[in-house]
Ligand binder design. Structure first.
Ligand SMILES: [Zn+2]
Length: 271
């Protein structure tokens, strides 16, 4: 007798959760610590081994053909990032950010710089709870606004118990130096070496003052491009110095996926 579809779905969800949790604890493994990625690990154990990059034969245009578990990169219809334009008024934000200071560690996973945070920071998004796992950086920014990229963006990756993700994007623009960013840059270890330690890192210092944000349903921006992400992109940016931008660019000159078609989706502006 064929196994009922619901059983398969539950079983698959269970496997995803196990793989996800296993990878969360494997911060010493650079490959396992991929960016938007924590989630990528959900895809399959093999996806760790598949080399991908931001250019050439293993670049974004090729991701979907590099591994069966990356198929959504080609076939997906709700891919990220996107160009943010034509947003409609979505009313109240229904976003509550409850981050807190805690010890953190910084790694270079070969795709980006990742800051793994201590447990205890979370958000509530439309009544659902998501725990903050890590944040990481893209240069230039992955999301664009009316065609313009910021020098860098931060992605704060949150997970719900069911495996869905909520990612908050914050644009970094050139201006005054930011002390929190500097503390992170100063803790970056060489690729493959032990994580850099950061005591009492407060992620709230990396949030813009204004709470208005864009919302849309999308995906991971790295293979396997799973369409499991509720995106929140803050409209206001924070400032970092040109020197701080240059320091990141010296490590990652280009680690941004190009914008993807919006297709049938609507981008909402929430206050
Ligand atoms: Zn990202």
């Amino acid at each position: 007798m064929p196994r009922p579809r619901t059983t398969c779905a539950i079983f698959a969800t269970f496997l995803i959760a196990v793989a996800f949790l296993a990878c969360q604890t494997d911060t010493a493994d650079d490959a396992a610590a991929e960016a938007d990625m924590d989630a990528e690990h959900e895809e399959s154990a093999e996806s760790h081994e598949v080399h991908w990059s931001y250019e050439g034969d293993t670049g974004p245009a090729m991701w979907g053909s590099l591994d069966p578990s990356f198929a959504a990169c080609d076939d997906g219809t709700r891919q990220s990032p996107v160009d943010i334009a034509g947003a409609v008024d979505g009313g109240e934000g229904e976003l509550e950010i409850r981050w807190q200071a805690g010890d953190a560690e910084v790694i270079d996973n070969g795709h980006t710089i990742v800051v793994n945070v201590a447990e205890g920071s979370a958000i509530s998004l439309e009544g659902r709870e998501f725990a903050l796992l890590q944040f990481h950086f893209h240069h230039p920014s992955e999301h664009t606004v009316e065609g313009s990229a910021a020098p860098i963006d931060i992605h704060f990756v949150h997970a719900a118990g069911e495996g869905d993700l909520a990612v908050i994007g914050v644009f970094l623009e050139a201006g005054e130096a930011d002390p929190t960013i500097q503390s992170i840059w100063d803790a970056i270890p060489p690729v493959g070496e032990s994580p850099g330690a950061l005591a009492a890192l407060d992620p709230r210092a990396l949030l813009p003052e204004g709470g208005s944000h864009y919302r849309y349903p999308g995906s991971l921006t790295t293979p396997g491009c799973s369409e499991i992400v509720s995106w929140v992109v803050m409209t206001d940016s924070i400032a970092v110095s040109q020197e701080q931008i240059d320091a990141f660019a010296a490590i990652y000159p280009m680690n941004a996926r190009p914008v993807q078609p919006l297709n049938e989706r609507t981008i909402e502006l929430r206050q």
